[in-house]
Design a protein around this ligand. Structure first.
Ligand code: PMP
Length: 386
């Protein structure tokens, strides 16, 4: 089958797997233990922390390991908010649920929350942020790139606004760090989060960057209390193997990012050309291509098609619909609603994304299968694909 759902998760890179396998044997000791085996494990954890710090342009002391982006987003937002009860938080309509639901929870708890609307491409601008800042604004949270439509937000411009106002800026960079060079200083962010499994690393591990400026000014309220690991920000014995896997994954991304982005952009074009020529069914792009959008992602609506039903007929293609991004929820996508898509276009929307191990022939075959599934009369033998 052909895997085209890299925004949901990516397969692990073999080099990551190898590093993790070694770590289970060599570095199984608790990195907090003072004996030699513990010190060896701790050294590897710190090596991975350095790799993540380098990856983001921060210092090693500014990196905290978490169980993933969801937890990191929760720590970032609740952690800052916890210092300022009842404060004002600004975010956007197309954030991941781990940001939006956290903000909604805080709203219930008495905080005031502004959710900025996005334009038809899914973007906000720095002036919108400037216009909503208040004396009691305690945090602005804007994602780097969207997980459904690939829109890149102008974080550096927003960062200049928040810096000037002295308001901390959090950026959920989960979907962006695989293809965009990220530097926390250039972006002007104080908190940044991402997950390992979106960049060919393991699941269940993520990283949170918190600037020393912010921790010096107002230490965040942790979610977990316990053994004081991660400088008190995230108690619990470290997941050494996953941390080592994450360190390897970010190093691989750094080495290949640019070349990989160009290659994936070419695959996406090849897919679109093939779809346009082999399908007599009209489709519309819900995501943009070119500057301002992720290079490997695509969201499109097929005319008159129910995407859920289409997926059932596409047994050998792994992609997702615009209606379900979170677990098994069948609600229409809040992102596609936020960009003003009509209900019938949302119903017919599919999301697909190319990745490190996608071949050009996969992209072409996928377009042919899709076209054939949309027009059952043109059905091909789906068994051909390996
Ligand atoms: N933020 C964004 C933008 C995401 O795409 C995702 C994963 N879909 C997350 C956060 C959550 O990541 P995880 O499930 O690894 O916690």
């Amino acid at each position: 089958s052909i895997y085209l759902d890299h925004q949901a998760t990516t397969p692990m890179d073999p080099a990551v797997m190898e590093a993790m396998q070694t770590s289970y044997v060599e570095y199984f000791a608790n990195p907090a233990s003072p004996h030699a085996a513990g010190v060896r494990a701790s050294r590897e954890v710190e090596r991975a922390r350095s790799a993540v710090a380098r990856f983001l342009g921060g210092a090693r002391s500014e990196i905290y390991f978490t169980s993933g982006a969801t937890e990191a987003n929760n720590i970032a937002i609740k952690g800052v908010a916890g210092r300022y009860p009842g404060g004002h938080i600004v975010t956007t309509a197309t954030e991941h649920k781990s940001v939006l639901d956290t903000c909604a929870y805080l709203h219930e708890a008495g905080y005031s929350v502004t959710v900025l609307p996005v334009d038809a491409e899914g973007r906000i601008n720095a002036e919108q942020v400037a216009g909503t800042l208040r004396d009691d604004t305690v945090l602005v949270s804007v994602m780097l790139a969207n997980n459904e439509i690939g829109t890149i937000q102008p974080i550096a411009e927003i960062g200049r606004v928040t810096r000037q106002a002295g308001v901390p800026l959090h950026c959920d960079a989960t979907q962006g760090v695989g293809s965009l060079a990220v530097d926390v200083t250039e972006l002007g962010v104080d908190l940044l989060t991402f997950s390992g499994h979106k960049i060919y690393g393991p699941k269940g591990i993520g990283a949170l960057y918190i600037s020393n400026w912010l921790t010096d000014m107002a230490p965040l309220t942790p979610l977990m209390h316990g053994g004081g690991q991660e400088r008190g920000m995230r108690a619990g014995t470290l997941n050494t193997a996953a941390i080592i896997g994450l360190g390897t994954a970010v190093t691989l991304v750094e080495d290949r990012r640019e070349e990989e982005a160009h290659r994936l952009e070419r695959l996406r074009s090849a897919f679109l050309v093939e779809l346009a020529t082999s399908s007599r069914v009209p489709f519309r792009l819900n995501s943009g291509i070119g500057p301002g959008f992720l290079p490997h992602a695509l969201n499109l609506s097929l005319g008159g098609v129910d995407a859920q039903e289409l997926l059932l007929r596409l047994g050998n293609l792994a992609l997702s619909t615009g209606s379900a991004c979170n677990s098994s929820a069948q609600e229409p996508s809040h992102v596609l609603q936020a960009i003003g898509l009509l209900p019938e276009h949302i119903r017919g929307s599919i999301r697909l994304s190319f990745g490190r191990f996608t071949e050009e022939s996969d992209a072409i075959d996928a377009a042919r299968y899709l076209a054939a599934a949309v027009l059952p009369g043109m059905a091909m033998d789906q068994g051909e694909v390996s």
